[in-house]
Design a protein. Structure first.
Length: 745
């Protein structure tokens, strides 16, 4: 019996010993944690006996809480990383942050929670590990409430920074990129992720890099202050607005234009009320003195009416409205796709795979539609100037042409550049905002004067302002030399024809030769990592934006304008057979040029393939569009001419210039305000493309009503006073902006 009782007590004794051992181990582990943190953070109980955490018992309770925000491993990792930070103030504030996290302080927990702590989706191309930007910066002030001493603690601010973190071992298997190919070829190459960190504002770049490198246990390749954004005491979302002299000056100029539009509109309303007929007001204004016309030039009513007013179909030029409108819509869609692709993307493979399908070529090869505008610009200029030379018997002052064009284009252009230089950084926020927007602002501040001289595609290209502005420079440079060819076509027709054909041949050969000799890509290929910053893309800056690489479209446009002039002058009509053959060949050429681009995304290509495509696809596309223009304006397009001449395209066509200028703001805003990687499917992508286009045209309407349309009206007054007759003024009024050579830019 006694032996049985002893046997029963033995398991109880063993269980009791086990419990005591476990408790002792927990206490010892917790004491180890306390010792580790105290050693690393210089936070001993003797030095801070008056603090909230002044007892070892309290510290022990915090550290042994398994429900705490930080796990034991994270506590040790945080402490070990903190110990290696050299900056004293940074180390102290990280010290305060750690203890505040352990103490359950909301500001510190939010700060830790906002930091990206582990990667997800690297293999799938998710290289933006951004954390939570707003949670980091909305902590307006960090009082070290973990330390309640008699003296008030200084304010501690958070800072959100982006770091380049080397992701060893990852290969980005699903991403279509030349960067991926490099990784596959070179085993030493690595994937680099953009990593979001929320740290105290006192920490300098070197301290942030040191801390994060040890905490993440991955190399941090770069950290700099330009990639950091501060919160501010008393202000949310990035701090208080600071208005400098440039911002104030821009606001004053904008206010003046708004005031002029308001007064002009009010005056127009008064005239309408007095006459009871808005059309009578516009007609009488043409017959009144210059001051009255100038006052009505800024009228929102008058300028809105012009946007929707279809002009008489002179020389079949109304069909150009449809070509311009459709081309601009596709250009904007292509811009949107490029920025979406180069922004944080959850499933980058979805878009990357579409580059292999011909059905999506009209989006990722939308660069060809820009050549369409160059061709239309040359066509309209040649066609209209030849008519004027006939009317004036060869007497045209080229200076008036140049001054008139500069006046038409530059004010709206300067309005956008001025916005880039001043207010653009203040209209939004996001993890990528400062890095992308400040870069754009600095470039425009450095090279704005090259933009308004229209030479920025050749000079100071490392500070390229406005990614789409190259087109204006190319078009303007070609516009300045075009009168030489057009005048020769009028004065010495055979000589002019030979010179123009020679120009077409030479400019068509240039892409062949340059691409072959320099071993270039066939065109600007759509790869996400190469589109993030176009100004640092060697192909874009070195070749894509150069006039000599784009001039063939313009000269083919001049030649098309001359041929249409001859046909309409002599009343020539082509045979049905010839028209059918021309439509067949032009369709094949256009389709081949547009959709064959997918070949260069499927597998590696040779230099021979590259230079052949570089030259032939531009030539084929330009000839295809040239036939479309010729057929539509000379009556060989059938129902297509009626479709392209539809009134639906009139407002879109007249807004193309302002839409082109405004689109950069829309794309930069959308891409720079993203907080996390976006997931894409067909429906999401369609909605996003449409929203970008709508936003662009909303801005375009404002730009047109405030700047472009009023300046056009004032320019007509200036040219009339410089020597134009009343009949010519009326003719220009009837010839809408949508068919003038200056509007195709």
């Amino acid at each position: 019996m006694l032996r049985s009782k002893r046997f029963m007590f033995f398991p109880l004794t063993l269980l009791l010993c086990t419990v005591v051992s476990v408790c002792f181990a927990d206490v010892r582990n917790s004491e180890t944690d306390v010792s580790l943190i105290n050693d690393h953070l210089d936070w001993s109980a003797e030095e801070h006996s008056d603090t909230k955490y002044a007892g070892s018992a309290v510290d022990l309770h915090l550290l042994q809480d398994d429900n705490a925000v930080l796990t034991r491993t994270e506590r040790r990792l945080f402490a070990d990383s903190l110990r290696k930070v050299e900056g004293q103030k940074c180390r102290d504030e990280l010290n305060s942050t750690l203890w505040a996290i352990l103490g359950g302080q909301r500001w510190a927990i939010a700060m830790y929670d906002a930091m990206a702590k582990s990667s997800a989706g690297i293999n799938s191309g998710v290289l933006h590990q951004l954390g939570h930007f707003d949670e980091c910066l909305q902590q307006q002030q960090f009082h070290s409430s973990a330390i309640e001493t008699e003296e008030a603690e200084p304010v501690v601010r958070s800072k959100y920074c982006l770091l380049d973190v080397q992701m060893n071992g990852f290969t980005m298997e699903t991403v279509a990129s030349r960067r991926k190919e490099a990784l596959n070829r070179n085993g030493d190459a690595v994937v680099v992720a953009l990593w979001g960190a929320c740290v105290p504002a006192s920490c300098e770049a070197v301290d942030i890099a040191t801390f994060m490198e040890n905490y993440l246990q991955r190399p941090v390749l770069s950290a700099n202050e330009t990639a950091c954004q501060l919160s501010s005491v008393g202000a949310a979302n990035g701090g208080q607005l600071y208005v400098d002299g440039g911002m104030f000056a821009y606001a004053v100029v904008l206010f003046v234009f708004i005031l002029l539009a308001t007064l002009s509109t009010a005056y127009h309303v008064y005239l309408i009320y007095a006459s009871r007929n808005a059309d009578d007001v516009s007609k009488r204004a043409l017959q009144q003195q210059t001051l009255t016309i100038a006052l009505l030039s800024f009228s929102v009513i008058e300028n809105t009416k012009k946007l929707f007013q279809a002009s008489k179909d002179q020389m079949g030029l109304n069909s150009i409205n449809g070509i311009k409108a459709i081309a601009m819509l596709l250009i904007l869609a292509g811009h949107a796709l490029s920025f979406i692709y180069s922004s944080p993307t959850y499933n980058e493979a979805f878009i990357a795979e579409k580059t292999k399908y011909p059905t999506f070529a009209f989006l990722y090869n939308s660069l060809l539609f820009v050549d369409t505008f160059l061709l239309l610009s040359g066509f309209l200029f040649c066609r209209i100037l030849l008519i004027e030379l006939d009317r004036r018997r060869g007497r045209i002052n080229p200076l008036i042409l140049y001054v008139g064009r500069y006046i038409r284009l530059t004010p709206a252009y300067m309005a956008i550049i001025g916005f880039y230089m001043t207010w653009l950084p203040s209209i939004g926020s996001g993890p990528l905002w400062r890095e992308r927007i400040s870069r754009e602002q600095e470039r425009c501040q450095a090279s704005w004067w090259l933009n308004i001289l229209y030479v920025n595609n050749y000079f100071n290209t490392d500070k390229f302002c406005m990614f789409q502005s190259w087109y204006l420079s190319v078009d303007t440079q070609l516009f300045f030399i075009a009168p030489i060819f057009i005048y020769l076509l009028y004065k010495a027709r055979k000589c002019g024809q030979r010179l123009l054909i020679a120009a077409v041949v030479c400019t068509s050969l240039i892409p062949f030769v340059v691409t072959f000799l320099r071993h270039l890509d066939p065109t600007l290929l759509v790869y996400a990592d190469e589109l993030i910053d176009l100004a640092s893309n060697n192909y874009y800056i070195g070749y894509y934006i150069k006039t000599h690489m784009r001039a063939s479209a313009y000269f083919i446009g001049l030649l098309t304008g001359f041929m249409v002039h001859l046909m309409q002058e002599k009343g020539l009509k082509l045979s049905v057979t010839l028209v059918r053959i021309a439509w067949l060949l032009s369709t094949l050429a256009g389709v081949g040029a547009m959709f064959s681009i997918c070949r260069f995304y499927i597998s590696p290509f040779t230099n021979v393939e590259s230079f052949l495509y570089a030259g032939f696809h531009k030539l084929a596309w330009n000839l295809s569009v040239a036939w479309l223009v010729m057929a539509a304006t000379t009556g060989h397009a059938g129902w297509l001419r009626g479709f392209l001449s539809s009134r639906v395209f009139v407002p879109i066509s007249r807004l193309t210039y302002c839409a082109y200028l405004s689109n950069g703001i829309v794309e930069l805003y959308h891409s720079s305000t993203l907080r996390y990687a976006s997931y894409w499917n067909y429906v999401n992508l369609e909605n996003e493309l449409i929203s970008h286009i709508v936003d662009t045209f909303v801005l375009a309407i404002v730009l047109c009503l405030l700047f472009e349309s009023p300046i056009h009206a004032l320019e007509r007054i200036l040219l009339r006073n410089a020597g134009r007759t009343e009949k010519r003024s009326q003719s220009e009024e009837n010839q809408s902006p949508s068919t003038s050579e200056e509007q195709v830019a």
